[in-house]
Design a binder for this molecule. Structure first.
Ligand code: SF4
Length: 456
């Protein structure tokens, strides 16, 4: 139960609870998982008692005790009976009755929402589609097997409510550190969309396609995070904010128009990293772009279906650095076509463009179930099945789950070990240089803004 946006207690199925509030105007909402009902506004006089009912609009499974649907899925409303003046003193009383049972409720509301409940063994999916808006559809999380139903996804992702930020310890969460945030920045991850427009063969995808949020919806959430929690840095954590040049520019222009004045980072694509795009990103506050490069060899890139070339990688990174944005450089090793030479080219490239923002290491390519590379591994007999993958092959993301190269396993590990040692030595050499310079600067200039050696 939320009263004026604050959690005041919990109410279980079939139970009644009483809450006491001061006279005056109040907003009453119910929340289930991360969904909230529309607020019910009450204006209470001293001593007034109001009886309310709440429940799910689309039905609830008592077995799962969970419902996932857009914001309007829950309701709180006045019950038929209103009792006035039954209590002495200055307080008013709100009595809220809990939800009705699924069968009763779905009988009464099938005209409003078409429900489909399906059981197959231990799998239980409930999917629905709103009759008034067929594009709004959803699915209920199956807690029994920790799996999502596959029938439908939200197409209009602007209709998905934001996380219930107020229920998290935001004072601690906002201390998340990301590349190029300062000690005074408060950071929060956010999604600008879901999915990706590319089809790299090692990438497992929960859902096909790309579902962007509108720039307005992104701006609205950032404004809320700024106002409520003083967030000054947004870490866009979805697969790909830079999904096209046009969309990237649109998002940045909406940030500038709203005068957001925040820092942010995102995942990006080097084939869209042109001076024109990067310049508007920089103006809109972008400080770091995490690029999935994955290989510095045209043959391997082609086999990965990465839709990138060495030429695009070089140009994109140079343009990013020239725009004053720090690039994140991610590389894999052990893909079909990888050799000692392709690994050494990747290490040389990383060292050449390292700006010290993050320690770079190269990780083995992993054929996650759901990816075309996993199917290839099954075909070639490198992995037997999903059980074999999780129980015997994929034991740690820094170890190889399968060998797709012509090198022996011994050679594979020995080459990766040499490569990562080179990268670490480079990182710590740079760090050492930076700290020596910082120390000299501190004592030679008597720098009063210095905040300690551990902050370097
Ligand atoms: S690896 Fe990145 S660019 Fe490639 S399909 Fe996955 S999310 Fe998209």
């Amino acid at each position: 139960m939320l009263i004026d946006g604050r959690k005041e207690g919990a109410i279980a199925s079939g139970q009644s609870e009483s809450y006491t509030v001061t006279p005056g105007r109040h907003n009453i909402q119910v929340r289930l998982d991360w969904y909230k009902s529309e607020p019910l506004e009450l204006d209470l006089v001293e001593g007034e008692e109001v009886r309310l009912e709440c429940g799910p609009r689309t039905g609830i499974s008592a077995e799962l005790n969970a419902i996932v649907s857009p914001g309007g899925a829950l309701y709180v409303k006045a019950a038929d009976e209103t009792v006035s003046g039954s209590q002495e003193g200055v307080w008013s009383k709100i009595v809220t009755l809990a939800d009705q049972k699924l069968a009763e409720y779905s009988d009464a509301h099938t005209s409003e929402h078409q429900l489909e409940t399906r059981r197959t063994g231990i799998h239980l999916f409930i999917s629905y589609r709103r009759e008034d808006s067929p594009d709004v559809c959803g699915r209920i999380y199956d807690r029994l097997i920790q799996q999502f139903g596959k029938e439908a996804v939200f197409k209009d992702i602007d209709s998905i409510p934001w996380p219930a930020y107020e229920l998290f310890p935001m004072e601690q969460y906002r201390l998340l550190r990301m590349p190029h945030c300062t000690h005074s920045d408060f950071v929060m991850p956010m999604l600008s969309g879901r999915g990706c427009t590319f089809t790299c063969n090692f990438c497992y995808r929960m859902d096909k396609g790309f579902r962007p949020r509108s720039p307005e919806s992104i701006v609205e959430e950032i404004l809320y995070l700024k106002k409520e929690f003083n967030i000054s840095y947004i870490a866009f954590s979805d697969e790909l904010l830079m999904s096209s040049k046009q969309r990237t520019i649109e998002i940045c222009e909406s940030f500038l128009k709203a005068n957001l004045n925040i820092k942010w980072d995102c995942n990006g694509r080097l084939n869209y990293a042109t001076p024109e795009v990067l310049s508007v990103m920089k103006k809109a506050g972008c400080v770091f772009i995490n690029y999935g490069i994955e290989a510095f060899d045209n043959d391997v890139l082609k086999k990965m279906q990465k839709a990138l070339t060495i030429n695009q990688i070089n140009k994109g990174i140079e343009a990013t650095l020239a725009a004053g944005i720090s690039p994140g450089l991610n590389m894999l090793f052990g893909h079909i076509g990888d050799t000692r030479d392709s690994l050494n080219s990747a290490v040389d490239f990383l060292i050449k463009h390292d700006d010290g923002a993050q320690m770079r290491t190269i990780r083995p390519v992993t054929p996650y179930p759901g990816s075309p590379l996993y199917n290839y591994a099954i075909e070639k007999g490198l992995i037997k099945d999903i059980r074999d993958f999780y129980e015997n092959k994929h034991l740690n993301s820094d170890l190889f789950a399968a060998n797709f190269t012509e090198l022996s396993e011994e050679e594979l590990y020995s080459e990766l070990s040499k490569a990562n040692i080179r990268l670490m030595e480079n990182y710590f050499e740079n760090k050492k240089k930076l700290m020596v310079e910082q120390t000299q600067h501190l004592y030679s200039t008597r720098d009063a803004s210095f905040r300690g050696f551990r902050q370097a």
